[in-house]
Structure formats: C-alpha cells, structure tokens
Design a protein around this ligand. Structure first.
Ligand SMILES: [Fe+2]
Length: 286
C-alpha cells in the first residue's frame, strides 16, 4: 500500500536521506510514482545520477576563475530582459521589493540555457529543468530553451559568501503565487547541490548551509548530499540558508562559500514593476 501520510516521527539526516534518495540516469528514468510518494510523505527528495558531479566540480573551477565583485549589480532595478542573459547581482538587505520582508546576503548569477555557457552547466540545467517539469506533470521540455506560454526557466547559481552569506528561513510565497495565478498549483523547488558541508578537503564550507525543516527538526542536507544531487523540497516547508562560515572574514574579493543551482520557472515580464500585480505592495514593514 502506498504511504502518502506525512511523516511524524523524527528521523536523523542519514535516515531521512536513506528514505528519500532515488537514483536515475536521466529525467525520463525517474520512478514518478515513487517520487510522488516520497514528496508527499517527507516534503523532500533527492535524485542522484542525473547531474554529473564532475561537471559541478569543473563548473566551480570555472566560476572561481571568472568571478569578480566588479560585475555585481544592485539587488534590484534591473530590466526584466537583463536577467534573461548572463547577469550577476548582489543582494544584501530585506528584499522588500519582492513583496515580502526576507533578509539575505547572497549573489545570483543568472545563466539561462540560451546564454553563453560560462560554467559548462547548460546540460545540467536542462536535465534539472526536465526533472522539474516531470514533477509538475508538464511536457518534459516545457519553457526550457525558450519562452513558452509566458514562462521561462531562470537557470542560475546562488552564491552565499563565506563570512555571513544567508537567506532567512521562510516558506515560498512569491513565485508560487505567480505560478498559481497562471494555473500551476504545485510548487516543488528542485536545486542542484554544488557545495558540500564539512571539514574534509572536498568540502566548501564548515558551518551553516541550506536547510529545511520537518516537524520543527532542521536538516542541513549538504552534510550528506553529493555534488550533482538534485534536491527537491516543498516550498510549503520552512527552508533557508543559515549563516555560512561566520568564523571567516567576509571578503568581497574571493568567492568562497556555498553555491547551489536553480531552474525556477519565472513569468516572462516585459517591464519593471509587473511583479507587483501579483504580490501587491511589500508587507512586513517595521
Ligand atoms: Fe524559498
């Protein structure tokens, strides 16, 4: 019998990984029924074998070689078409422009699949976006290499710098609102694990990192995941990024810290300010 009830007892992180790990060599190989069962029960799943760990390793080397703080753009104010190309922004602050108060310190490197493949991640982004489409029950290639029905895939890297990079714990309520208004009701966010947490030589940071919470228990998945794992979590669960390596001095000139890849479906906006028609004016003002 399929168990669809949410889990209620507390599991250790290795136990949770053991119950939520699926392997597949390509998106079409994913056991969809099993994945749905896992997501319904744990609000979390890991798919291993689709994105090549060596590709992620090579991408990080290329990223480090290309990185310059001189390319940072402000947290807001760009034209919608600018993030549909290679585009780097530094977000520090409460992000009220997004419609909610959501403090953060992070960089975003937009890298859509039609832009120059700066990091060698194009294939990995496509495979992850296909995985996303399978989760949503959409055509496997929907809105990946072109704008389709007003949507596009915002392939990008999030970078949380050592010395305090973070994203406050939250549930997703901006992107899901837009998607729901446009007919997509399910919201599961797939991300590509690009960093490992720990003290060994293959790790990128020691403290903090990506987390989600189930039954008030916080799980730092980069303690057990491998590079290239596709982590899927429900936007309805509390998640965020805890302060990265506070024992280090924040240094704008280097790009140490934590990285993750995303392939979120974005609404195609023609001009600035269109997001407000979906999310209203910023809330949580103090
Ligand atoms: Fe989120």
């Amino acid at each position: 019998m399929i168990q669809n009830k949410p889990i209620t007892n507390v599991l250790s992180l290795p136990e949770l990984l053991d119950k939520t790990l699926l392997t597949a060599t390509e998106p079409d190989d994913i056991d969809r029924e099993k994945l749905a069962t896992i997501l319904n029960r744990y609000s979390f799943a890991v798919i291993r074998g689709i994105v090549d760990p060596n590709t992620v390793l090579a991408a990080k080397q290329r990223f480090t070689g290309l990185y310059s703080p001189d390319n940072d753009r402000p947290a807001t104010g760009e034209e919608p078409h600018e993030i549909m190309d290679n585009f780097q922004k530094l977000s520090i602050g409460g992000a009220e422009h997004s419609g909610v108060y959501r403090p953060r310190c992070m960089r975003t490197f937009y890298n859509p699949v039609w832009a120059d493949d700066l990091y060698g991640l194009r294939k990995s982004f496509i495979l992850t976006a296909q995985t996303r489409n399978i989760i949503y029950g959409m055509d496997i290639n929907f809105a990946i290499d072109k704008v389709e029905d007003g949507f596009w895939t915002a392939a990008r890297i999030h970078h949380y710098p050592a010395g305090g990079g973070f994203l406050v714990s939250h549930v997703d309520d901006v992107v899901p609102v837009v998607q729901k208004a446009e007919g997509i009701s399910r919201y599961f966010q797939p991300l590509i694990v690009m960093s490992k947490k720990g003290k060994t030589d293959d790790c990128d940071f020691e403290t903090g990192g990506g987390f989600f919470e189930v039954n008030s228990e916080r799980y730092y998945y980069e303690e057990v995941c491998e590079l290239g794992d596709i982590v899927i979590y429900s936007g309805a669960t509390i998640h965020g990024v805890a302060d990265i390596d506070l024992h280090k001095t924040f240094d704008n000139r280097n790009c140490e810290g934590r990285m993750a890849g995303f392939v979120t479906i974005y609404k195609h906006f023609e001009r600035k300010g269109q997001l407000e028609q979906y999310v209203g004016k910023p809330k949580n003002k103090y």
